[in-house]
Design a protein around this ligand. Structure first.
Ligand code: ATP
Length: 415
């Protein structure tokens, strides 16, 4: 096992455009790090530079305390699992898993024992004699993982390993990968464009935009204390709502009524004219279900569409916005490939609510949970770095605890 340290990593392809731009990121020994961002943000390029499949234009890549910039992939001792699994069709499952051990001329008895251990962990025992063509997508994925874990690698690198699977199987495999990583306690870097995978798998998540790191934090910190509109819009589904607001002293005039800022937030917002107020869908509720005395603001708005989900429901509430705000949301929605960021709020309310499409309804908004963003730079003006750091510290404690539990209760895989 090893830590991975990247300092000022730059990758420029032929046309000089920096696909990865000045990335500095430290991944601790045993940590599960996610690289996430929309298509083209540079996450695969960064992973390929770690593994050695792509040259580094400038900066230092240090694995296990050694600079590896000039080392060939085979000399970096990393195991990579690709999106297309890259299995050998003419080899059995056993031989596919054994492949790296055969390459390193491992003695037969050791090959048998390592492949059998991996097959136990991945529940592939019954399929060892089959060929990949006769396996389901999830089984093929597990064979690819088996091949990665039999090696005594310093780290696992995953490049969108679940994107070829259907939604149900993706969920199952996600849980399996998380369990396996805890059990093996091996440093893992995992690339995905799926924010759900990022949130559920990572100890920490690195959000990239056009080759530049936006924020590196635990999933909770990203969700509750995003650094800018890009992160706030990318993490969470449906995404955070952004409401235009005129600033009048310490009051924000939004399409859903006035919000009074406390002293700290008012100071952070300062002398601006227009801001965007960020509110997650769950911080709204049907006002008739909220006690009158509860802090927050109430407003009446026309409901465009409702979606009933069983345990909750979404209501879509359009609002009027200045041209510049509509344009900003359009740009963000294009960048994040989301059709939900528009001049409408998507709110998540109790399943028992009787609001109806096409009718006015009274809503409540938890004003303590808002963020205020600069509409030009997208920066979160009211982010609380200390509260955020505390969330990431708690996640690190949980991780240590889980590793201890997994390693004392579960059998560890040899090799
Ligand atoms: P995706 O999720 O679509 O795979 P990504 O975030 O992994 O996207 P990369 O594949 O790392 O993105 O690409 C980052 C940028 O580098 C993109 O703008 C891409 O067009 C560019 N790029 C990638 N490979 C090359 C190449 N071989 N030559 C030139 N440009 C490239």
């Amino acid at each position: 096992m090893a830590s991975i340290e990247m300092s000022n990593i730059v990758k420029k392809y032929g046309d000089g455009f920096p696909a990865v731009n000045d990335v500095s990121l430290d991944i601790a020994d045993g940590e599960f790090m996610i690289l996430v961002g929309p298509s083209g943000c540079g996450k695969s390029t960064l992973l390929r530079m770690i593994v050695g499949l792509e040259d580094i234009t400038s900066g230092d890549m240090v694995i296990g305390g050694k600079r590896v910039n000039d080392k060939a992939p085979r000399d970096r001792n990393l195991s990579m699992v690709f999106q297309n699994y890259a299995l050998y069709p003419h080899l059995s499952v056993f031989e596919n898993i054994a492949f790296p051990l055969r390459l390193s001329k491992t003695p037969e008895s050791e090959v048998r024992s390592k492949v059998n251990d991996a097959a136990d962990v991945l529940e592939l025992q019954e399929h060892l004699e089959r060929k990949p063509a006769n396996l389901s997508g999830g089984q093929r994925q597990r064979v690819a993982m088996g091949r990665a874990i039999v090696r005594d690698a310093d780290a696992f690198l995953f490049d969108e390993p679940l994107s070829n699977l259907d939604a149900k199987l993706r969920g199952q495999m996600r849980t399996e990968i998380a369990r396996l990583q805890r059990r093996l306690g091996i440093t893992t870097v995992y690339v995905t464009h799926d924010q759900t995978e990022a949130m559920t798998l990572g100890d920490r998540v690195c959000v990239l935009r056009r080759g530049v790191i936006q924020q590196v934090a635990s999933p909770r910190e990203l969700y509750e204390q995003p650094t800018n509109m890009f992160v706030a819009g990318f993490i969470g589904s449906p995404p955070m709502n952004f409401l235009p607001a005129r600033v009048q002293g310490s009051t924000l005039e939004t399409p859903f009524g006035a919000i009074e800022l406390d002293e700290k937030r008012a100071k952070a917002v300062g002398e601006r004219d227009l801001v965007l107020v960020g509110v997650r869908p769950e911080y709204f509720e049907d006002a008739s279900l909220i006690d009158e005395s509860r802090e927050g603001t109430r407003f009446t708005a026309k409901v465009d569409v409702t979606e009933w989900l069983g345990d909750s429901q979404y209501a879509y509430i359009p609002y009027d916005a200045p041209e510049e705000v509509a344009a900003k949301l359009k740009e963000l929605s294009r960048e994040l490939d989301s059709d939900q960021l528009r001049t409408q709020a998507i709110v998540s309310i109790d399943a028992a609510s009787r609001i109806r499409e096409g009718h006015d309804a009274e809503f409540w908004l938890d004003t303590r949970k808002i963020h205020v963003f600069d509409p030009e730079s997208g920066e979160n003006l009211t982010r609380d770095p200390e509260a955020g750091a505390e969330l990431t510290r708690m996640a690190e404690e949980d991780r240590q605890d889980q590793i201890e539990q997994a390693q004392t209760s579960g059998a560890t895989v040899s090799g």
